[in-house]
Design a binder for this molecule. Structure first.
Ligand code: SF4
Ligand code: SF4
Length: 458
């Protein structure tokens, strides 16, 4: 059993990591409402886990907050309509992950009429943990930091792994992104209340709110909001990827999540500040997760802003709302420049995990022609890897498809933070090679299992 942290500062250290240029130009800009889209496209998969089944048909009228998709699988989360209007299509549509996903298209009537089902589920401090988890599931709440893991699953660790410490992650170490920063300034009380609800569900002994030290205004606001609740608000070193779950746990508690393990293995659960605020809002108003804050940024878009965006709004509509593209289009990334996903089209919808829309001009990009892996053995990638891996070795074996070596080099511990690629002088596409390596290893393992089954006659 892990106890509560008694002296947080003694664990401060930054193994690996980098210090990229912050570019957080939108930090002083208040969040304001995004566009009122004429049409939304809401994917039935916006989370880690099973895809939802549609609960509506083409021609149905739907209202804001109405559940339009759900799944019987435990690891999944329902999806809700973000506008009122008519279902115009249920089609496979491009998704931010790069593949086509079954999605519900709704033509908005512009009225934003609320579903009559929207009502607070009750006082969370009177409800049992199981009732709270069920309510959170019904609200479709998932981790808003990017991974979009269903929150009701995260809040149900196995009974043999009691949780001593809840960490609320406000690090937001990705360059450009400031959605969490603004949230902490503008809705600090909601984050604290959400954190207290999560603490109650987990039975945690203590709560730490972790914020990078460069966000002094957010630290002050969170300290003021949490001062009577016994919540520690901690200023972290400003290093990337300080907000990665395992890095955060190691930095704050000195505990090492084992290879292939989960934070609950060391008595910790980590939730994003956005998730805590979404939980608070749901228990206050009964509104499921139909909107989120998105940072629109970069030198390739006219206006940089933090917008409250309806889920399912197309990126193109948001860019038009911000004044359109500037200069020759270079890269469109959903998320930050380090861990975000580059897109081939802007007709993709904002989903629950979309924290930012980054547009970079062509002339400001470093574009390297695809080539074979070229390593001068400088060792920089090893020095800067926060997971203690040997990226050059993994990259080399992934490049030539020697999959069994990748297991030996723990490719699956890679968090795809991009530090290795950032520091590599020969600009090897190390993160892509990590992804290729993980997929290749998984394929190989599956093949071996199938062969073993065939040999044993099962
Ligand atoms: S992307 Fe993976 S290998 Fe590269 S630095 Fe990050 S954790 Fe290490
Ligand atoms: S940083 Fe690049 S060149 Fe240096 S060892 Fe790593 S892969 Fe090789």
């Amino acid at each position: 059993m892990f106890g509560i942290i008694d002296n947080i500062k003694k664990f401060y250290f930054t193994r690996g990591s980098i210090h990229p240029k912050q570019n957080k130009r939108t930090a002083p800009i208040m969040v304001f409402p995004g566009p009122n889209p004429e049409k939304v496209t809401i994917p039935l998969l916006q989370h880690t886990g099973a895809t939802c089944e549609p609960l509506v048909e083409v021609g149905d009228r739907v209202l804001v907050g109405q559940k339009i998709g759900d799944s019987e699988a435990y690891v999944s989360a329902p999806v809700h309509s973000s506008v009122s209007g008519e279902v115009s299509g249920i089609i496979n549509y491009p998704h931010p992950t790069g593949r086509d996903v079954l999605s519900i298209q709704i033509v908005s009537d512009g009225m934003n009429e609320l579903s009559p089902d929207i009502k607070p589920p009750g006082d969370p401090f009177e409800m049992t943990p199981e009732e709270i988890r069920r309510a959170i599931r019904e609200a479709g709440i998932v981790g808003l930091g990017g991974a979009a893991f269903p929150t009701h699953v995260k809040l149900a660790p196995p009974p043999e792994k009691p949780i001593s410490t809840l960490i609320i992650n406000g690090a937001e170490c990705e360059p450009y992104l400031t959605a969490d920063h603004r949230l902490m300034i503008e809705r600090s009380e909601d984050i604290i209340r959400g954190a207290l609800i999560i603490k109650r569900v987990l039975g945690a002994e203590g709560v730490i709110i972790a914020i990078e030290g460069n966000k002094r205004d957010a630290i002050q606001r969170m300290r003021e909001a949490g001062q009577n609740e016994g919540i520690h608000v901690v200023a972290l070193p400003t290093r990337y990827p300080m907000g990665a779950e395992k890095t955060l746990i190691r930095t704050l508690t000195g505990r090492e999540v084992p290879s292939g393990g989960l934070p609950s293995d060391v008595g910790v659960v980590v939730n994003n500040v956005g998730t805590a605020a979404a939980i608070c809002e749901f228990f206050k108003k009964g509104m499921p997760l139909v909107e989120r804050i998105v940072t629109v940024c970069g030198d390739g878009v006219a206006g940089n802003a933090n917008l409250r965006v309806k889920i399912g709004t197309l990126v193109k509509d948001i860019i038009d709302f911000c004044g359109g593209y500037v200069g020759k289009k270079g890269k469109l990334i959903l998320g930050g420049p380090m861990m975000g996903l580059a897109q081939y089209t802007d007709t993709i919808p904002v989903i629950k995990g979309t924290s930012g829309i980054l547009v970079l001009r062509y002339e400001n990009l470093f574009v390297k022609e695809p080539a074979h892996f070229t390593c001068i053995r400088c060792g920089r990638c090893v020095r800067h890897c926060p997971m203690n891996l040997m990226p050059f070795a993994i990259g080399m074996y992934a490049d030539v498809g020697i999959w069994d070596k990748l297991e030996q080099y723990n490719v699956n511990d890679c968090i795809e933070c991009g530090c290795c690629a950032y520091v590599c002088p020969t600009k090897n596409p190390l993160v892509q090679l990590m992804k290729v390596g993980k997929e290749g290893l998984a394929r190989r393992k599956k093949k071996i299992e199938e062969l073993e089954k065939a040999v044993s006659g099962e």
